[in-house]
Structure formats: C-alpha cells, structure tokens
Design a protein around this ligand. Sequence first.
Ligand code: NAP
Length: 165
Amino acid sequence: MYSFMIAIGNNNEMGLNNGLPWRLPKEVRYFRSVTEWHTIIMGRKTFESLPRVLPNRRHIVITRDKEYIFEDPNVIVVHSLEEVFEICDNREENFIIGGAEIFKIFMPYLERIYLTIVHGTFKADVYFFPLDMEEWQESKKWEATLDNINNIPHTYYVLDRKVQL
Ligand SMILES: NC(=O)c1ccc[n+]([C@@H]2O[C@H](COP(=O)([O-])OP(=O)(O)OC[C@H]3O[C@@H](n4cnc5c(N)ncnc54)[C@H](OP(=O)(O)O)[C@@H]3O)[C@@H](O)[C@H]2O)c1
C-alpha cells in the first residue's frame, strides 16, 4: 500500500527555498518514527532538500534526468511511477514523502495520509493541493505538546481512504 506523509500550514503551505517553512524538531522525529524501516519515495527536489541519506530507510528518488546518479546502497533512482510499482512490495506500507509534484501523481494509488497541520500562515513557494475530504475518514487525531523549541501548535491526523482501492 502507499501512504503520504505530509505537513502543511493553514493555507496548504509545504515548502520554502527547498526546505520546510517552519522548524519543528518533534515533527521531524515523528516523521522518523513512522517511516523508519520502510521505503520512502520522493521527488528529486525533496531528496536534495534532505540533510543526508536518512538512516534505516530505502530511498526511491524520482527524476526525469536519465543521467542522475546517486551512489548509495539505500538510494534507488527511477524515472517513472511504473518503476516505483515494480520495486515496491504492495503488501508493505510504502511512504510517499513529497514534494507537491510527486504527491499529485501518486494520489490515485493512495490509501492513507499521515497529515500534520501546522497552525499558522507561512511564507512558502510550494503548496499542497486541497484534499477532497469526502474521500477520507479520520482514523486518529492528536495535538502536539509544545515546548520552547517546538512552539508552533500543530495537530497530527491519520486519514484512511473511505472506499478501499
Ligand atoms: N511539508 C512537507 O511535508 C514536505 C514534504 C516534502 C517536501 N517538502 C518541500 O517541498 C519542496 C519540494 O517539492 P517540489 O514539489 O518542488 O519537488 P519534488 O516533488 O520533491 O521534486 C520534483 C522533481 O521530481 C521529478 N519528477 C516530478 N514528476 C515526475 C515524473 N512524472 N516523472 C519523473 N520525475 C518526476 C522531477 O525531477 P527532475 O527535475 O530531476 O527531473 C521534478 O523536478 C521543498 O521545499 C521541500 O522541503 C515539504
């Protein structure tokens, strides 16, 4: 199965200058706890926005550039959705981690969304598209606990597709 993992602001903001519009280390730790030991699938720009190859995860990077090479045993470079489907085991949970372009092309195959809403408006240059909430049911919801560093209120949701694919 394929799941999205995404954090957005009040206006669907999701990226700025090839990074995130906010700093929330707790949200990053949550991302790690959910995706660790799984496959993470991402666009080339999101891959290049990561600080490093993330530990304990197989990375699939999508690019149109046939010359793009990244030498690392945990990174596979592909050029189409079909290649992703060939590589991934559909019986496992595979995580699409962005960005906006990649979310768009995977939407029809998606069964679950790990959605974090960061309660604020942010300067951004990449936006998520509005979800059709008729298609999704809320399976879990909880509020983040805040501290001096993680000081922007945010809510975690797990949404499941109402009609199974
Ligand atoms: N808030 C969040 O949860 C979150 C999550 C992830 C990312 N982000 C942010 O989002 C931004 C990056 O997102 P983005 O939408 O600009 O870029 P992206 O989706 O990460 O990557 C776009 C690239 O993917 C490749 N691509 C896209 N469609 C393709 C297709 N059909 N076939 C083959 N390759 C394809 C192309 O690579 P080539 O140009 O190499 O051909 C394209 O330039 C950053 O700011 C990042 O920090 C935020």
